[in-house]
Design a binder for this molecule. Sequence first.
Ligand code: DX5
Ligand code: ZN
Length: 213
Amino acid sequence: MLVAPSILSADFGNLARDVKAICDSGCDLVHVDVMDGHFVPNLTLGPVVVSAVAKAATKPLDVHLMVENNTFFVDLFAPLKPGYITFHMEEEKNPHRLVQYIRELGIKPGVVLNPHTPAESVEYLLADLDMVLVMSVNPGFGGQKFIPNIVEKIKRLAALRDKINPKCLIEIDGGVNADNIEMLRDAGVDVCVAGSYVFKHESYKTAIENLKV
Ligand code: DX5
Ligand code: ZN
């Protein structure tokens, strides 16, 4: 299991310190939640702040766009050279075109599924994706409760992924902790995002180790 702590739960007054700390504690990716106050009812990070995160990070950034106007935001964040950019299927009329565009920029493309969006919606995109991010809470806020029926969706998605593009990673985001991580691994998850679980833990290192199942 790869671990991508979500900096949404970090101490924003000491962001560079916290980003360095999770990287030194063995995380694999640094998950960056970009919210625009339109697609979701919350507003978070722009490229000015994320450039400071990129400077402090020694692991690739995993930029999760929760925005309207995806292409505009891809252009804003691409100069920071993130490892991944993922965007929501629910907000994009031409997801295949945007996947190609992100790849042309030298960034690994991924799509995100809200809790109501079926696994099958990515079937014809899978061959061109590096990641599918499955939301296990409604996007917008950290610290929410895991939605249990997402496990069945992960299993369906994993079956499609194994058939079409075994290299494509399945990432889960929302309500992940040490109690549900083994079940998620067994369902087919490769990468977990964890915000409150990691940042509220007394030791980031222990928290990240607990998720590496
Ligand atoms: C929610 C974000 C998540 C969030 C996860 O919209 O996409 O990345 O920070 O937080 P936890 O792990 O606390 O549920
Ligand atoms: Zn996220």
